[in-house]
Design a protein around this ligand. Structure first.
Ligand SMILES: *[C@@H]1O[C@H](CO)[C@@H](O)[C@H](O)[C@H]1NC(C)=O
Ligand SMILES: *[C@@H]1O[C@H](CO)[C@@H](O)[C@H](O)[C@H]1NC(C)=O
Ligand SMILES: *[C@@H]1O[C@H](CO)[C@@H](O)[C@H](O)[C@H]1NC(C)=O
Ligand SMILES: *[C@@H]1O[C@H](CO)[C@@H](O)[C@H](O)[C@H]1NC(C)=O
Ligand SMILES: *[C@@H]1O[C@H](CO)[C@@H](O)[C@H](O)[C@H]1NC(C)=O
Ligand SMILES: *[C@@H]1O[C@H](CO)[C@@H](O)[C@H](O)[C@H]1NC(C)=O
Ligand SMILES: *[C@@H]1O[C@H](CO)[C@@H](O)[C@H](O)[C@H]1NC(C)=O
Ligand SMILES: *[C@@H]1O[C@H](CO)[C@@H](O)[C@H](O)[C@H]1NC(C)=O
Ligand SMILES: *[C@@H]1O[C@H](CO)[C@@H](O)[C@H](O)[C@H]1NC(C)=O
Ligand SMILES: *[C@@H]1O[C@H](CO)[C@@H](O)[C@H](O)[C@H]1NC(C)=O
Ligand SMILES: *[C@@H]1O[C@H](CO)[C@@H](O)[C@H](O)[C@H]1NC(C)=O
Length: 400
């Protein structure tokens, strides 16, 4: 590089700094901290330094800028708070990739690839993409505990995630844990239908969450709501392929788990393995209640409506004879479209607690070849406006 070019470069960087400094609060561009963005060089150290400046500087409203047109390679990394700035933005316009093969990961046993912890007022925005390079993990058929989550946000308040995409996560794409007040919108989460445990969004121990206007096409749950989650609104999600939107699983190994206040509305299940699902382990404790699924469009979904209160497998023997996670106040209103198999509605509730106050209205599920949808109900108490299809369901009330 000629000296004069270098001077011009420095001046333009300076002008950029001044411009954003005056207009938007302080911007920290990862390129200014030594990131190469060539898709080959490990840019982790540059990102940590840029983060440190963004988080620990004295200004408010700081932005970490990951510019478009470049590809940044990151090893497992955690961006820690709390920050001095009261509002932190990550402007993600470029592409971030993980090492393309597990053999090149600095710590392949890490629980996450990119983590954010204890940050308040975090905004992640932009048209950029993260690519977790999951295929080498899937190829080895590693257990779910041996694969990292692509993006994990732990302990946050007032989190916004908007616009970004995540592809090919080794496990869950986006995990939200111990957060309060979260808005997630216009994101795309993509992985092959056959990829294992690639949930779109997992929520646990979190309250006041809004997820809307997003596309989730993966190999497992589009959204899974786990214990400690309350007041969750999910609207306008295009889900599928994937395993639907699921509450649970709850109560594994006798755990006392709780979820309440989940409203799912105006979502589409297109070619999903399940649609609206609630899943609790036999012998668990706690509850799943005040859950509604409204105005759902089905396109060749399998098992569009399913409750399994008696989930069990070899690794989790029945933990407790006389309890199960209680399921109550569940609404299914406005399910329209096609189911791929005849078993359109399965409510398998336990003798111990039964499912209570289940409401099913305006259900119109058709089967591809014109067959009548099958409804299977066990120990369900509730009501419906469609006695022809569902009358028998609620007759078989709990015998206790
Ligand atoms: C982080 O930033 C603070 C304040 O800007 C600085 O004092 C400290 O040396 C930085 N630490 C690292 C590891 O860069
Ligand atoms: C940042 O915001 C906080 C809370 O609004 C305020 O107390 C503090 O003075 C601000 N700092 C700067 C440098 O503006
Ligand atoms: C930070 O941003 C908020 C909202 O965007 C604004 O109200 C506030 O004035 C900004 N503070 C500073 C120090 O720029
Ligand atoms: C990862 O590397 C191993 C060993 O070099 C190779 O056998 C495997 O096919 C690679 N996987 C992918 C997905 O590239
Ligand atoms: C966080 O969100 C709550 C509720 O919307 C609001 O009352 C509070 O002021 C927000 N805090 C910050 C730091 O933005
Ligand atoms: C749940 O989140 C709260 C903060 O909202 C935290 O104090 C608590 O430790 C978390 N519990 C678990 C089990 O993670
Ligand atoms: C979810 O929607 C309900 C009903 O519209 C509303 O009362 C509640 O505040 C919403 N929750 C969030 C987190 O926005
Ligand atoms: C449903 O999924 C199929 C296969 O992925 C796709 O071709 C079709 O466009 C989708 N339909 C809608 C309405 O999104
Ligand atoms: C469930 O909803 C009912 C009203 O529909 C309300 O009275 C109750 O407090 C809610 N319970 C929980 C745990 O959210
Ligand atoms: C579902 O659709 C019906 C009819 O269009 C509408 O009245 C109702 O408000 C919708 N429910 C939700 C939760 O949006
Ligand atoms: C159910 O949906 C089918 C296909 O969309 C439609 O032809 C039929 O009229 C609907 N039935 C009712 C009772 O709305």
């Amino acid at each position: 590089m000629h000296d004069s070019d270098e001077i011009i470069l420095h001046i333009s960087i300076l002008i950029t700094f001044l411009y954003f400094g005056l207009v938007n609060g302080q911007n920290y561009n990862v390129l200014d901290f030594g990131a190469k963005g060539d898709g080959q060089t490990d840019d982790s150290t540059a990102f940590v330094q840029a983060w440190n400046a963004t988080c620990r500087g004295d200004e408010n409203n700081t932005t970490l800028l990951i510019p478009s047109g470049q590809t940044f390679l990151l090893q497992p990394i955690v961006f820690n708070g709390p920050c001095k700035s009261t509002s932190i933005k990550i402007q993600l316009d470029g592409v971030i990739i993980a090492p393309s093969n597990i053999t090149a990961w600095s710590n392949p046993k890490s629980q996450m690839w990119i983590g954010f912890s204890s940050i308040f007022g975090l905004v992640v925005d932009g048209s950029g993409k993260i690519d977790g390079g999951g295929s080498s993990f899937w190829e080895l058929k590693l257990k779910v505990s041996q694969r990292p989550t692509a993006l994990r946000i732990n302990r946050c308040n007032n989190l916004t995630i908007k616009g970004i995409s995540s592809i090919n996560s080794p496990k869950t794409h986006l995990s939200i844990k111990s957060c309060n007040y979260v808005a997630i919108s216009k994101i795309n989460l993509l992985a092959p239908e056959t990829s294992p445990n690639t949930d779109g969004i997992d929520i646990s121990n979190s309250t006041n969450i809004n997820i809307f206007d997003s596309t989730i096409q993966t190999g497992d749950d589009c959204i899974a709501i786990k214990t400690g989650s309350f007041n969750i609104n999910i609207t306008q999600i295009n889900c599928g392929p994937g395993h639907g939107i699921s509450v649970g699983s709850l109560g594994a190994d006798g755990a006392n788990d709780a979820v309440s206040g989940v409203q799912v509305a105006h979502c589409t299940f297109n070619g999903t393995m399940n649609g609206a699902r609630i899943k609790t382990w036999e012998g668990g404790q706690g509850y799943a209640r005040n859950i509604s699924f409204e105005n759902i469009t089905l396109i060749n979904a399998k098992n569009p409506i399913i409750i399994d209160q008696q989930y069990i497998d070899k690794e989790h023997p029945h933990a407790n004879e006389d309890s199960d996670v209680a399921i109550s106040n569940i609404k299914y209103v406005g399910f329209h479209g096609t189911s791929l198999n005849e078993d359109a509605i399965t409510l398998k509730c336990s003798v111990t607690t039964a499912c209570k106050n289940v409401v099913m209205d305006d259900i119109n599920i058709t089967i591809e070849d014109g067959k009548t949808p099958k409804v299977y109900c066990q120990n369900v108490e509730g009501e419906t406006d469609d006695s022809e299809l569902l009358g028998d369901c609620f007759k078989s009330n709990s015998t206790s």
